[in-house]
Design a protein around this ligand. Structure first.
Ligand SMILES: *[C@@H]1O[C@H](CO)[C@@H](O)[C@H](O)[C@H]1NC(C)=O
Ligand SMILES: *[C@@H]1O[C@H](CO)[C@@H](O)[C@H](O)[C@H]1NC(C)=O
Ligand SMILES: *[C@@H]1O[C@H](CO)[C@@H](O)[C@H](O)[C@H]1NC(C)=O
Ligand SMILES: *[C@@H]1O[C@H](CO)[C@@H](O)[C@H](O)[C@H]1NC(C)=O
Length: 474
């Protein structure tokens, strides 16, 4: 009797369970199922790795295209295309490919961080197969810019193609296979400073792909900061027909920094030797221009940092270089930090899209810095374009420099060239003053005001490969 009751209870429970399953797990709607996976991803049972090239979409800046200005200059347009292709070939590698890891794969392999020195054999870490037991295991490893070898070769299984780009390993048992996989070495056959290879790791129907970074480690360039601010910072400036202002500035600097080295690039027509100690004055051919002079001055710096000043600035008790050094020291990734000139301390951020290969990129500039601040310095905002009063890491600045083709007030060009290369912040807790403008230096003003629109446009179109640039995007 009681066993019958239990049977009923059991049957009812079972029915309830089946009902529940039907309610919460309805027969799959084929239309819905189709949209389950993200587009382009393999269906869950295949283990093929998808590899596709990133092709940037076209971009726009809401301003006139630069190519409109070069309509009658097919030579320039053609050379621009060719040079850009060569640039891409220099700058891109296999490492830019998109790799998607296969689903349900029994393969184990390194995803990131497998870096080798060119031409040097390096064991591939983390290779393994974790599949249900079978009698015989056969895997293949295929590369294209190097060779594979098993060292030492051992007696655990059969290795075919040792020392070639296509390695087959056969073993009886997973343990033996994984022991051999632990001894597989990759050796690049190309000497490049930074490039990559892809390894295809194949086991039965599973095929995974992972990258190898082939990179020659570079030698560090480190500056000894010494014991005090004078051994850490050099003041650099460029002057042209303004000795009165220059002398006034040097006088003001010496009130606070008596022995800090000052480097002056001078392209005046009738250069005059500047008086004072710890000053290096470099005479240039006359009117070589602002950017040429800045690059010359920067090239002569031997300290870790340089402070850029214009020749008509004036130091006060608020011009504390130490405070800018403190910001730089607190954030090693930072390359440049600017601060206030009197009450002005403009700061912009920029966006850049690569654009289509033949059309070119789009650069837009917006008022104001980024929202992110330097940790510990809430008054210092990350930024892309800053004012002409900045402390910079000397070796970082030397990687960008100032294009000597620009002779006058081409402020933005430097920051365009520096975009994506230098990390910049703008602060407001250090202030340098501007000297009051003296009337009557007409010769200086006539040079400064010369229009460089055509030259700028050519650089933006050709050198920076822009389709358009909008410096007032907001
Ligand atoms: C430049 O090339 C375009 C298209 O290839 C052509 O239509 C145009 O006539 C050429 N202009 C000159 C000045 O050669
Ligand atoms: C490795 O295996 C593949 C496919 O099974 C074959 O095509 C290739 O010839 C083999 N390579 C060697 C060196 O035996
Ligand atoms: C493995 O995948 C790569 C990339 O999809 C492909 O090039 C290669 O031919 C595949 N090899 C095999 C044996 O499936
Ligand atoms: C340096 O001193 C000399 C002699 O007093 C003077 O002639 C010259 O103008 C001074 N240089 C500058 C740049 O003022």
């Amino acid at each position: 009797m009681s066993s019958f009751r239990w049977l009923w209870v059991w049957l009812l429970l079972h029915l309830a369970l089946v009902l529940c399953l039907m309610l919460f797990n309805p027969t799959p709607n084929p239309h819905l199922a189709k949209h389950n996976g993200a587009p382009g991803l393999p269906p869950p049972h295949s283990s093929a790795t998808i590899i596709s090239r990133r092709t940037p979409p076209p971009c726009s800046c809401n301003v006139r295209l630069l190519k409109d200005f070069f309509k009658n200059d097919n030579g320039t347009v053609k050379r621009r295309q060719e040079e850009y292709r060569k640039h891409k070939a220099r700058a891109s590698s296999t490492l830019d490919l998109l790799l998607v890891a296969p689903a349900n794969s029994p393969l184990q392999y390194p995803i990131q961080g497998f870096t080798v020195v060119p031409l040097k054999g390096t064991p591939i870490p983390g290779l393994g197969v974790y599949a249900p037991e079978r009698q015989i295991y056969k895997v293949s490893l295929v590369v294209s810019r190097g060779v594979l070898s098993v060292k030492p070769i051992g007696m655990d299984g059969l290795v075919e193609g040792d020392g070639s780009a296509y390695l087959n390993i056969t073993a009886l048992g997973a343990d033996k296979l994984n022991t051999i996989l632990g001894r597989v070495h990759y050796t690049s056959t190309v000497y490049r400073l930074r490039t990559g290879d892809l390894v295809h790791f194949i086991f039965e129907k599973h095929n995974a792909t992972f990258p190898v970074v082939i990179e020659q480690a570079s030698v560090p360039i480190i500056f000894d900061p010494g014991e005090d601010i004078n051994s850490q910072v050099t003041i650099t400036t460029k002057t042209f027909l303004r000795y009165f202002e220059l002398n006034t500035m040097i006088y003001s600097i010496r009130q606070y920094y008596k022995t800090m080295k000052i480097i002056i690039a001078d392209d005046s027509f009738n250069p005059i030797k500047v008086n004072g100690s710890d000053i290096e004055q470099y005479f240039m051919p006359p009117a070589q221009g602002w950017f040429a002079g800045r690059t010359l001055a920067v090239s002569q710096v031997t300290t870790k940092y340089l402070l850029w000043v214009d020749d008509d600035f004036y130091f006060t008790e608020y011009t504390k270089i130490e405070k800018l050094v403190e910001v730089m020291e607190s954030m090693p990734e930072l390359d440049m930090v600017s601060s206030m000139v009197g009450r002005s301390g403009f700061s912009y951020r920029m966006t850049y899209e690569e654009g289509e290969e033949d059309e070119g990129g789009c650069l837009m500039r917006f008022r104001g810095p980024h929202e992110e601040t330097v940790p510990g310095f809430p008054q210092c905002y990350l930024s892309n374009v800053v004012i002409n009063f900045f402390l910079a890491r000397t070796d970082s600045l030397r990687k960008v420099l100032f294009d000597p083709r620009l002779k006058r007030a081409a402020h933005s060009q430097f920051f365009v060239d520096a975009f994506g290369k230098l990390l910049i912040a703008h602060c407001n807790h250090v202030v340098v003053d501007h000297q009051t403008k003296r009337p009557g230096n007409d010769k200086y003003l006539s040079f400064r005001k010369k229009n460089e629109n055509d030259e700028n446009r050519r650089l933006y179109f050709f050198k920076n490969h822009f389709s358009c640039i909008n410096l007032r995007a907001d």
